[in-house]
Design a protein around this ligand. Structure first.
Ligand SMILES: C[S@@+](CC[C@H](N)C(=O)[O-])C[C@H]1O[C@@H](n2cnc3c(N)ncnc32)[C@H](O)[C@@H]1O
Length: 265
């Protein structure tokens, strides 16, 4: 482990003007704030150069630092894993309000959703799953590793959870395929396509999950999933077509949309 020298530590308290300038030139909007974080994370001047090189090349700040702030929690985020977005706080708030005893977070990425749920509801039995082994490895650093599974939606979830889950949450990939090219380079080139691409209308993964989720929840259970506002009408139609009763919840400040599904009986 490299020990910071005093000179280095004292430098790290102020944003270095050179670092700020390089970040600004690379198009970072919050260059001063980012400079402070990057300088604080660097353990030597060579390390600082390396972190800066990665950021200037467009890698998300969070994977460079190794963490993201999500709902006030510092979540480990490793390269190649989707960076949790602020808007997903709406899904988490609705999940907390549901007060589940047993919860399952599909498409969990870093495991941020279940990590916050677990912090807010310490007795919840929270399980998480993702199809991507890199995301699963990352989520196991944020959660009880024995409750994180590598699974293609429900295919790979322990069978003993069937019919016992009070709440399923899911922030799936929901960008329509044709829109991927319009995404910022940070996402397009540094987050896996599988984390972003939701198929032709962005609802492909949601439809697949809607088809199977009823078999996993309790009769009064709920299935909550994130989508975009523009997709909400089609998402509700997809849920109803799969036999659910569904409502849309939005938050303008977070620019967030969650679809809440229940069994209609
Ligand atoms: C938009 S990211 C969301 C990650 C996390 N829920 C969050 O909010 O930070 C979508 C995640 O879905 C995963 N994924 C995509 N298709 C999947 C599938 N068929 N089964 C399980 N996970 C899937 C991706 O690997 C990615 O981690």
């Amino acid at each position: 482990m490299i020990t910071k020298t005093w000179a280095w530590t004292s430098r790290s308290r102020l944003p270095d003007p050179d670092v700020v300038e390089k970040l600004r030139a690379a198009g970072c909007v919050f260059a001063a704030e980012e400079a402070e974080l990057i300088v604080a994370a660097a353990t030597s001047s060579a390390h600082l150069d390396e972190l800066l090189r990665r950021r200037v090349a467009g890698e998300p700040l969070e994977t460079i630092l190794g963490w993201a702030e999500f709902c006030g929690l510092r979540v480990v985020v490793t390269p190649g894993v989707f960076v949790p977005r602020a808007r997903t706080e709406l899904l988490v708030r609705r999940a907390i309000a549901a007060q589940p005893g047993v919860a399952l977070d599909l498409c969990c990425g870093s495991g941020a959703v279940a990590a916050v749920l677990q912090r807010e509801l310490p007795t919840v039995d929270a399980h998480s799953a993702d199809i991507d082994p890199i995301a699963v490895e990352c989520a196991r650093r944020n959660l009880d590793p024995n409750r994180v599974y590598c699974a293609d939606l429900f295919d790979g979830i322990p069978a003993d959870l069937r019919g016992r889950v009070d709440l399923i949450t899911m922030s799936p990939p929901y960008v329509p395929t044709a829109r991927i090219v319009t995404m910022p380079v940070e996402a397009r080139e540094h987050e896996p396509l599988r984390a972003l691409d939701g198929g032709v209308d962005g609802l492909e993964i949601a439809r697949q999950a809607l088809a199977d989720a009823a078999g996993w929840i309790t009769p009064k259970g709920r299935f909550l999933f994130e989508t975009s506002r523009g997709q909400s009408e089609a998402a509700v139609a997809a849920a109803v077509a799969a036999g659910w009763s569904a409502t849309v919840v939005t938050d303008d400040e977070l620019e967030a949309t969650t679809i809440e599904c229940r069994l209609p009986w």
